[in-house]
Design a protein around this ligand. Structure first.
Ligand code: G3H
Ligand code: 13P
Ligand code: ZN
Length: 330
């Protein structure tokens, strides 16, 4: 058993409390490899932002859970070396079993998500409570979820949103003891968050998605005031990146995300964790495709992964400063 405290990591309790009081949100960025980790830490140190490093089950399959944990430990030292000891949380994204959460906690994760959102309500309560009871013995914080996001999430695919029912949240939080709650108010995973027929086209022909359900968020806040809320599926799918990808051999059709102004509005409320993965994938892909097309003689991975890392760092800095407001909050 390794305690995350020995690794220099923190749980999410204190950073969420400060985020709520200050009207901003903490970025939760997924990572699968060294370049993503470097970009996250460089951006967060430069902006002096706390950060949540997220490990999904896809990341665990791709890169190995143990290696990723050591990389997070390295990230703590790397941030210090870059000159700012920012708070860093190592978080399991979309944990689906008690055993997985337990193994991450034993390995040194400081926060876990138990995603029972696709289970019947009572089973979600029971599973979440079991994880909370275990995690809290080690001062590890737990995120639960109520409501189902549309889109693809690992192997689970939901056609439509099942919005979180505000009438359930108080009971869920009380019965489970979770530290934060992910809700469904219209965000979804991936780069194609909405079907074209769900959107309107603006004057430039760009798809404009339906707005987030701030009415549901407000109702939830009334029922659990001061409780940390999490938004998954919060990539904005920047159209300039989609354009670079598509003009350099890519084929992304009807890619559409959550407008940044809506996320900025959400970050001022009790929403204190915002999950962003797909936008980072787009930034890296655009940069790599550009090098391959513009410099076909390149075959040194550093020559295309380097620019991908730089582009990712700039994207994260933008999110921190212009969308979430977590700059200078470390
Ligand atoms: O919630 C989904 C995240 O974007 C992670 O996706 O399992 O493909 O790494 P992944
Ligand atoms: P995006 O696909 O919108 O980046 O969402 C990521 C996420 O919610 C990870 O849990
Ligand atoms: Zn998610």
């Amino acid at each position: 058993m390794v305690s995350y405290k020995e690794l220099g990591l923190v749980n999410s309790r204190e950073i969420f409390r400060k985020a709520m009081a200050g009207g901003y949100a903490i970025p939760a960025f997924n990572f699968n490899n060294m370049e993503q980790m470097q970009a996250i830490i460089q951006a967060c140190v430069e902006m002096k932002s706390p950060v949540i490093l997220q490990v999904s089950s896809g990341a665990r399959k791709y890169a190995n859970q143990t290696l990723l944990r050591y990389m997070a430990q390295g990230a703590v030292e790397y941030a210090k070396e870059l000159g700012c000891n920012i708070p860093i949380v190592l978080h399991l994204d979309h944990g689906d079993t008690f055993e997985l959460c337990k193994s991450c906690i034993e390995l040194g994760f400081s926060s876990v998500m138990i995603d029972g959102s696709s289970l019947p309500y009572d089973e979600n309560v029971a599973l979440t409570k079991k994880v909370v009871d275990y995690a809290h013995q080690y001062d590890v914080t737990v995120e639960g979820e109520l409501g189902v996001l549309a889109g693809i999430e690992d192997d689970v695919h939901a056609e439509t949103h099942t919005y979180t029912r505000p009438e359930d949240v108080e009971d869920f939080v009380k019965k489970t003891g979770v530290d934060s709650l992910a809700i469904s108010i219209g965000t979804s995973h991936g780069a194609n968050k909405f079907k074209p027929e769900q959107c309107q086209r603006n004057a430039d022909g760009i798809l404009v998605p339906p707005p987030l359900r701030f009415d549901i968020l407000e109702e939830i806040q009334k029922r659990i005031p001061g409780f940390p809320i999490v938004l998954h599926g919060s990539s904005s799918v920047p159209q300039d990146l989609v354009k670079i990808i598509n003009t350099h051999g890519g084929k992304l059709k009807d890619a559409v995300g959550i407008p940044e102004d809506q996320l900025r509005q959400a970050a001022k409320t009790n929403v204190c964790k915002v999950n962003i993965d797909s936008d980072g994938r787009l930034a890296m892909t655009a940069a790599v495709r550009k090098v391959f097309v513009d410099s076909p003689e390149v075959f040194d991975p550093r020559k295309y992964l380097g620019p991908a890392r730089d582009s990712l760092r700039e994207l994260y800095k933008h999110k921190i400063k212009e969308v979430l407001g977590s700059d200078n909050k470390a």
